[in-house]
Design a protein around this ligand. Structure first.
Ligand SMILES: Nc1ncnc2c1ncn2[C@@H]1O[C@H](COP(=O)(O)OP(=O)(O)OP(=O)(O)O)[C@@H](O)[C@H]1O
Ligand SMILES: [Mg+2]
Length: 231
């Protein structure tokens, strides 16, 4: 690969260890993990339950500060930033789609997305984003009036309100039946094509991982595989 074709590093961990708790109850969730995510790539993050996938997403997105090691976001070491600057870097770079859609239950689909758009100050149009995920007819629906797949699409629209360069998805299809899950993945892929963000999807499902450009495997908090898939 030449320098000209190498894509810019968007987020990276160097020697990252995350320990939760102290003393006898301490859990090492990640141990000396090195990984770098390039702009625009699609990464499947796999590993057994408890292997550290969610923790790694949180570290990459600046939500969890590692016990040791360094995280860079957009080339900036997160440790060099104060809390406010870290929050701003996060808000301007990273979008999250969590396992359950985690929508605010008393807000409509429109209001859930509008809230994120307001916080990120990106001036994205909530109705336009909901149109992008095929939910123009459901702007005024409450989460309780949406199907699981529709709620997950609102969660994706909400993440897009931050105009992310990096979209971190934690088991985005984990609670959906396989047809609905596959439609949500089709949508994520179409949005990736159109908007060009880097996509990291933590998943237990080998079919989901197989859609990625690269598969990163965790085992007991250690990175044990990092394989680029041929296309
Ligand atoms: N806030 C926390 N406090 C204490 N331990 C935690 C915390 N979050 C995670 N852990 C522990 O850290 C380890 C890694 O957890 P993590 O949630 O990152 O795994 P995972 O690969 O996402 O698992 P799953 O596939 O079940 O979602 C586990 O042993 C878990 O019990
Ligand atoms: Mg998890």
């Amino acid at each position: 690969m030449t320098v000209a074709t190498r894509r810019a590093e968007l987020a990276a961990c160097r020697g990252v260890t995350v320990m939760y708790g102290r003393g006898e109850s301490a859990v090492i969730a990640l141990e000396r993990v090195d990984v770098s995510i390039a702009a625009g790539e699609r990464v499947g993050l796999v590993g057994r339950s408890g292997s550290g996938k969610t923790t790694l997403l949180h570290v990459l997105g600046g939500l969890v500060i590692p016990t040791a090691g360094e995280v860079r976001l957009g080339g900036e070491p997160m440790s060099s930033l104060d809390a406010a600057a870290r929050g701003a870097a996060r808000a301007s770079t990273v979008g999250y789609v969590f396992q359950g859609a985690n929508l605010l239950p008393t807000f409509t689909a429109f209001e859930n997305v509008a809230f994120a758009a307001r916080v990120s100050a990106r001036h994205e149009d909530p109705a336009g984003l909901l149109g992008l995920v095929g939910l123009a007819p459901k702007l005024d629906a409450l989460p309780s009036e949406l199907s699981g797949g529709e709620a997950q699409r609102v969660a994706i629209a909400r993440a897009l309100a931050q105009r992310p360069e990096l979209l971190l998805c934690d088991e985005p299809t984990g609670q959906l039946d396989s047809d609905t899950g596959s439609r949500v993945l089709d949508l994520l892929e179409a949005l990736h094509e159109r908007l060009g963000f880097a996509l990291v999807i933590a998943t237990h499902d080998p079919d989901v991982a197989a859609r990625a450009d690269r598969i990163v495997t965790l085992e007991d908090g250690a990175l044990v595989g990092d394989v680029r898939l041929e296309r």
